[in-house]
Design a protein around this ligand. Structure first.
Ligand code: PLP
Ligand code: COI
Length: 361
């Protein structure tokens, strides 16, 4: 199939204006959903077919649907913004489309053509554009995903798939709105091993991270940081964000993406912006013991997490069963705030976009 506009069926019972205004006044993250959704089906015999935008509604699934048993599922996350001039745009959506294809390949799923991915995102935002929250940092968060929909209990790649996009009004990811987050080091659990699915955005990675994330919350932290599976020493990433470390000589380090961490689009954008402002950016391994030593000696001056949902979020302190340490003064660092400002201003059409990252809808 080609990617012209998909057939559209309006939701006969959309959320009314008064209720929507109430929801949009404080949307938080991932709880307030728009009126419509996109669906596209795939089968081995027909290929991609039956694309449509219709009312957002519950799914009916046979209890033997493959995804419910073997977790053959992948997803993406990207934001639509209302720009300073009133138009709407997506940030580097082709990067999400390509990562979705890489995830599909790793999970033995069919690759959705880039143009269908882009059209599905654009059309949903167009239809549900009255769902932009009028709050600071507000956006529409898009969640494209694909599930194995064949009704079959044998362990093999499904012969049928359902691709969908839902949309959600989004404010801040971290509820506390805290100026800097607290990180918990998972000493027992790992997120991904060499040869595993760490670089794919598949639900299974998140399912296996939850016990460690719960441990972080129990210990008063916001997010868990995972170490490598082999030596349990090298810092990889957070449950849903990549990490950067800034040193007093202007060096910025981020762990390399060699198969066990997600190739974050925010990460890649920050690397470019940081190089442009003269920082010496290096993608190299950084050990947890070194982090503690460098933070204590003052050599490490800032650290931050980044991702679509979290944007750029300063890391204030790091906690583990071996004790805690503080990064810098424990609040947002100056370079972190600068980089965040640069990124957000491009995303929102406030600053020029020399890289062509912002795609009008
Ligand atoms: N790492 C993990 C595990 C994530 O879930 C995310 C969020 O998508 C990221 C990193 C950041 O990726 P991106 O910047 O593409 O959103
Ligand atoms: C995103 O940032 O888009 C993610 O998928 C991460 C998750 C923590 C919401």
């Amino acid at each position: 199939m080609t990617a012209g506009a998909f057939p559209f069926e309006a939701n006969p019972n959309p959320v009314d204006d008064a209720r929507r205004a109430e929801l949009l006044a404080d949307p938080g993250f991932g709880r307030v959903f728009t009126d419509h959704m996109v669906t596209i089906r795939y089968s081995d015999d027909k290929g991609w077919h039956d694309a449509k935008v219709g009312p957002r509604a519950p799914l009916t699934l046979d209890p033997a649907t493959a995804v419910l048993h073997y977790a053959q599922e992948i997803f993406e996350g990207l934001k639509a913004y209302r720009l300073a001039d009133g138009t709407m745009a997506l940030f580097r959506p082709e990067q999400n489309a390509r990562r979705f294809q890489r995830s599909a390949k790793r999970l033995a799923m069919p690759e959705l053509p880039e143009e269908l991915f882009l059209q599905s995102c654009r059309q949903l935002v167009e239809v549900d554009q009255h769902w932009f929250p009028p709050v600071e940092g507000g956006s529409i968060y898009l969640r494209p995903f694909m599930i194995a929909s064949e009704v079959f209990l044998g362990v093999k790649p499904s012969a049928e798939y359902l691709y969908m996009v839902i949309a959600s009004a989004a404010g801040n990811y971290f509820k506390s709105g805290a100026p800097a987050i607290k990180i918990w080091v998972s000493e027992h659990y790992t997120r991904a091993a060499p040869g595993g699915t760490g670089a794919a955005k598949c639900g299974g990675n998140y399912a296996s991270s939850l016990v460690a994330q719960s441990e972080a919350i129990r210990n008063g932290c916001d997010q868990v940081v995972f170490l490598d599976a082999a030596e349990h020493r090298w810092i990889e990433e957070l449950g849903g964000m990549n990490l950067f470390f800034l040193f007093d000589d202007g060096t910025l380090i981020t762990p390399p993406t060699d198969g066990t961490i997600l190739e974050g689009i925010t990460r890649e954008s920050i690397i470019e912006l940081a190089r442009e402002q003269g920082l010496n950016v290096r993608e190299e391994r950084y050990a947890i013991d070194q982090w503690r030593a460098d933070a204590t000696s003052g050599k490490l001056v800032e650290a931050f997490a980044c991702g679509t949902a979290a944007v750029v979020t300063p890391v204030g302190s790091v906690h583990s069963t071996n004790g805690s340490f503080t990064i810098g003064a424990g609040g947002p660092g100056q370079i972190t705030q600068q980089l965040r400002g640069k990124l957000v201003n491009i995303q929102r059409g406030i600053a020029p976009d020399p890289h062509g990252w912002v795609q009008p809808i």
